[in-house]
Design a binder for this molecule. Structure first.
Ligand code: NAD
Length: 304
């Protein structure tokens, strides 16, 4: 177990901060080394295509950041910025071309899509071996069956942090708050595979706080800012905060907050991720990991 203890400024009795930013930076460095070795073997540079439809400002920031990190890892990035008026047929046509493009090893369609476009049909149009978000039915089904496949980036990032900071999770009680296809559901599957006893809470769950008080590990992905309060967390528990909400500050500035009320929870937790600097950087690092793995599967014919 590593990571600095939180300062007394938080009234902490020794909770450790999970350094997702540092961990992601090391992961990206390792991937860059592997990308270089892959190029030496095959004279091929892994390529990631990112498709953005419309001009949602938050999504634009995300995809530019993904492109930047892809270059940093030595891979090629192909951005497709389409107007909000793009039809389903046009989008599916682009995906069909990317599916057979030998320079592309990973395809990511940034969600949410503008109204009128069907995210399920679009996600499932990506061939499973290039589905680096792991959101198609083939990869989701593989995960549900405990078979190897491409795992969605955010829960994979949470898993890597948990493995590093907690280690063996067998027998631990894990509570996942949030049941989205993007985060909560795949997270629950991964924790089950680690040998945890898993509970999933969602919007209709009656007493999420009571469930949290029994948990050794709490992963929160709801988008409800500061949902998890100090008295929800039992002493020494591990808390992974996936949530990202932007709140306005006086003077027109903004700041990011998570789904956990950090100052209240940190004194009780054994380990806790900050927002920002926790799960967020891991998501992009895992996208790079998935893209390199996809290139290996395609070029070397390895099982994913
Ligand atoms: P979503 O809206 O698709 O799903 C939210 C889930 O939370 C649902 O299952 C819902 O039932 C549940 N929920 C809502 N309110 C609840 C409550 N009061 N109590 C219990 N459960 C509740 O959201 P998502 O795509 O899973 O994203 C969740 C959050 O994670 C968002 O803030 C999003 O921005 C963030 N996110 C961050 C990253 C990252 O890289 N850090 C990646 C993906 C999503």
């Amino acid at each position: 177990m590593t990571g600095p203890a939180l300062s007394d400024a938080h009234g902490s009795s020794g909770a450790r901060l999970i350094d997702g930013k540092g961990f992601a930076a090391r992961l990206t460095q390792d991937i860059a080394t592997e990308v270089s070795a892959f190029y030496d073997r095959h004279r091929i540079t892994p390529g990631l295509a990112v498709v953005l439809v419309g001009n949602d400002p938050a999504s634009e920031v995300y995809v530019r950041n993904k492109a930047l990190q892809t270059h940093r890892a030595g891979m090629r990035s192909f951005m497709h910025m389409l107007p909000a008026t793009t039809s389903q047929e046009e989008l599916l046509g682009l995906i069909a071309r990317l599916n057979v493009d030998p320079e592309i090893h990973g395809i990511l369609v940034q969600l949410p899509l503008p109204g009128g476009l069907d995210p399920v049909a679009v996600t499932n149009a990506i061939v499973p071996e290039k589905d680096v978000d792991g959101l198609g039915v083939v990869n989701a089904g593989r995960l549900a069956l405990g078979l190897p496949g491409i795992v969605p980036c955010t829960p994979l990032g949470c898993l890597l942090l948990l493995r590093h900071y907690v280690g063996d999770m067998r027998g631990q009680h894990a509570l996942v708050i949030g049941a989205s296809n993007l985060v909560g559901r795949p997270m629950a599957q991964l924790l089950l595979q680690e040998g945890c006893t898993v509970t999933v809470a969602h919007i209709d769950t009656r007493d999420t706080a009571a469930l949290a008080r029994q948990a050794d590990i709490v992963v929160v992905a709801t988008g409800v800012r500061e949902l998890v309060r100090g008295d929800w967390i039992r002493p020494g528990a591990t808390v992974i905060d996936v949530g990202i909400s932007r709140v306005s500050l006086p003077g027109g500035r903004t700041r990011l907050v998570g789904d956990v009320k950090f100052d209240e929870v940190a004194p009780h937790a054994g380990l806790i991720t900050p927002v920002p600097g926790g799960v967020g950087p891991m998501t992009i690092a895992c996208l790079l990991r998935n893209t390199l793995d996809a290139a290996r599967t395609i070029v070397e014919g390895r099982a994913p």
